[in-house]
Design a protein around this ligand. Structure first.
Ligand code: HEC
Length: 156
């Protein structure tokens, strides 16, 4: 599970670099292109973490789901900060609605955070039924946000 651990660390690093709010703090300058690159990489890694979680659905115990579950839950909280104003630039596939309907985008991020938190709780309790249900909600949260806030022809 080494690669999954790396995912968690990389996502955590993005969250630290970017901070909790959209405006870069004094002394921390990140170019808009770098933010787009970081969120592309994190989205790809979240896909990989989600795949790792699904692969554990029939496992005897859920301990191997712990790292990817926490990686996704951490990323979910970081998403709004990774879409600051001024990052609606190529090669971003985000729709303008991310910025014009900010409340909706933040709500979609919160729904994703709720679903991923439920996965971490199910893992901690080793509760398979709750785990399966929570993974289903995570998948729905990915799609719900993409449907509204990501260009349709860019789906992987
Ligand atoms: C709150 C909104 C939101 C949620 C939740 C979300 N995404 Fe995304 N995702 C986006 C947006 C917006 C983009 C386009 C970002 C860009 O191009 O700047 C994107 C892009 C992507 C990409 C393409 C990255 C690339 O390199 O072009 C993948 C893969 C992806 N998401 C997977 C996922 C998976 C898997 C989940 C759920 C586990 C998920 N996303 C949850 C909004 C979301």
């Amino acid at each position: 599970m080494k690669s999954v651990a790396a995912i968690g660390l990389a996502i955590a690093a993005f969250a630290v670099i970017q901070g909790a709010d959209a405006a870069p703090k004094k002394g921390v300058a990140i170019a808009p292109e770098e933010i787009v690159g970081a969120r592309h990489a994190a989205m790809m890694m979240s896909s990989s973490a989600f795949g790792a979680l699904k692969a554990q659905a029939n496992a005897d115990d859920l301990k191997r789901a712990n790292f990817p579950a926490h990686a996704l839950a951490g990323w979910a909280k970081a998403i709004p900060a990774m879409f600051p104003a001024g990052t609606d630039i190529p090669p971003s596939d985000a729709l303008p609605a991310v910025w014009s309907d900010r409340a909706g985008f933040d709500a979609a991020s919160r729904d994703f955070a709720t679903a991923t938190a439920a996965v971490t709780q199910a893992v901690a309790a080793n509760d398979k039924a709750a785990y399966t249900a929570a993974l289903d909600q995570v998948g729905k949260a990915c799609s719900a946000c993409h449907d509204k806030y990501r260009k349709a022809d860019e789906k992987h």
